[in-house]
Design a protein around this ligand. Structure first.
Ligand SMILES: NC(=O)c1ccc[n+]([C@@H]2O[C@H](COP(=O)([O-])OP(=O)(O)OC[C@H]3O[C@@H](n4cnc5c(N)ncnc54)[C@H](O)[C@@H]3O)[C@@H](O)[C@H]2O)c1
Ligand SMILES: [Zn+2]
Ligand SMILES: [Zn+2]
Length: 361
């Protein structure tokens, strides 16, 4: 029997989100219904609401979540009812050209549920990143569920489902940060702070946090930043160079995703260094840069989708590090809130007073 539960809906570009009844079908072949325990508020949810991702309104928002599998459809063997899982938006297909070459973290054909969740009037919903977890329950492809240690806090480990994984992976997987490297991170929200934590896990020697907000810089120190730069108080590139013997950092991670921050990353890195773009630009943004600078400075210019993660490999490993006290996921949870408080959480994200607000369900 389809179930009716509450969900957070973005109906139109820029309009405040609303909590509405949504209908969850029973899981079909390869699908699972997950009873959501906690879901973090990510900047990408706000991008959806602002029409920055696509126009497929209405959206069911929320995508950084942990919960318990309630039921599974035909043919599902990897997870079973009662399993504690972190949801992912990279359920790899196993058969696309990336998967076949042994690079499943680039999978070009990731799975989502086939059936649609709807509003009560039958309007089909677009779940954010194929998840839609600001809801009591959601329907996903079973491969979107990664089983982890059930003793871990849902509010903390759910964040691995998007922003924290994206940041840690931007440093470790995409940026390939090595022991002894210098790393600079532009933008220290949930994603950038996670990149700092990732650089620390990789034993970077120097970790430079850059933000416009001193509060974020203070938190960044707790995550492992060895130096901080307030981007509002002078030239960011010069400030990075001043902290790296005039050279620039080995790896610079742009966790904002604007042309001006990407240029800071580009010019703030050492010759032959690496730029990682993990912040998500909007469709109208353009970049203009002398091609000779791209050539002359060498190195690599990368973007990082979801931290180039492989959920089945990375989630259980990071949960273990968390449980051992080596990765402080609790530090990302600034507040826990109710399902009615998502709009207020967006406002706090704008004001910069939170790293992550996490909806408990
Ligand atoms: N690539 C991915 O897979 C992925 C995954 C999740 C989120 N994201 C994206 O990452 C970005 C960050 O997400 P978040 O949830 O951390 O957002 P957030 O709002 O929590 O953090 C953004 C931070 O950037 C700072 N900032 C803004 N402009 C700046 C500037 N010019 N210079 C320096 N700092 C500046 C803000 O003060 C804030 O601390 C978003 O674009 C989001 O969509 C990407
Ligand atoms: Zn694939
Ligand atoms: Zn996200």
């Amino acid at each position: 029997m389809p179930q009716t539960v509450r969900g957070v809906i973005a109906r139109a570009k820029g309009a405040p989100v609303t909590v509405e009844n949504i209908v969850i079908p029973d899981p079909g072949p390869g699908e699972a219904v997950v009873d959501i325990s906690a879901c973090g508020v990510c900047h990408t949810d706000l991008h959806y609401r602002e029409g920055g991702i696509n126009d497929e309104f209405p959206f069911l928002l929320g995508h950084e979540a942990a919960g318990v599998v309630e039921s599974v459809g035909e043919g599902v063997t990897d997870v079973a009812p009662g399993d504690f899982v972190v949801l992912n938006w990279r359920a790899v297909c196993g058969s696309c050209r990336a998967c076949r070459r042994g690079r499943p973290w680039y999978c070009f054909d990731t799975h989502n549920a086939t059936q649609k969740m709807t509003l009560e009037d039958g309007t089909e919903l677009s779940p954010a990143l194929g998840i839609g977890a600001f809801a009591d329950k959601t329907l996903v492809a079973a491969g979107q569920c990664t089983k982890v240690d059930p003793d871990a806090s849902p509010a903390a480990v759910g964040l691995l489902g998007c922003g924290v994984m994206a940041g840690i992976g931007a440093a470790i997987n995409t940026g390939n940060v090595q022991r002894g490297d210098s790393v600079a991170v532009i933008g220290c929200g949930g994603v950038g702070s996670a990149a700092i934590a990732g650089a620390r896990l990789a034993n970077a020697a120097k970790i430079i946090a850059i933000d416009l907000d001193d509060r974020k810089l203070e938190w960044a120190k707790g995550m492992g930043a060895t130096h901080t730069i307030n981007a509002g108080s002078g030239d960011v590139v010069e400030a990075i160079q001043a902290l790296t013997d005039g050279h620039g950092a080995d790896v610079v991670i742009d966790a904002v995703g604007r042309p001006e921050t990407w240029k800071q990353a580009f010019y703030g890195r050492d010759l032959a260094g690496t730029v990682v773009l993990v912040g998500v630009p909007t469709p109208e943004m353009q970049l203009e840069i002398p091609l000779l600078d791209v050539f002359g400075r060498g190195g690599s210019l990368k973007s990082s989708w979801y931290g180039d993660c492989l959920p089945s490999r990375d989630f259980p490993m990071l949960v273990d590090l968390y449980q051992q006290g080596r990765l402080d996921l609790d530090a990302f949870v600034t507040e826990t809130i109710g399902i009615d408080d998502v709009e207020a959480a967006f406002a706090k994200m704008h004001e910069g007073t939170v790293l992550r607000s996490v909806v408990e369900l």
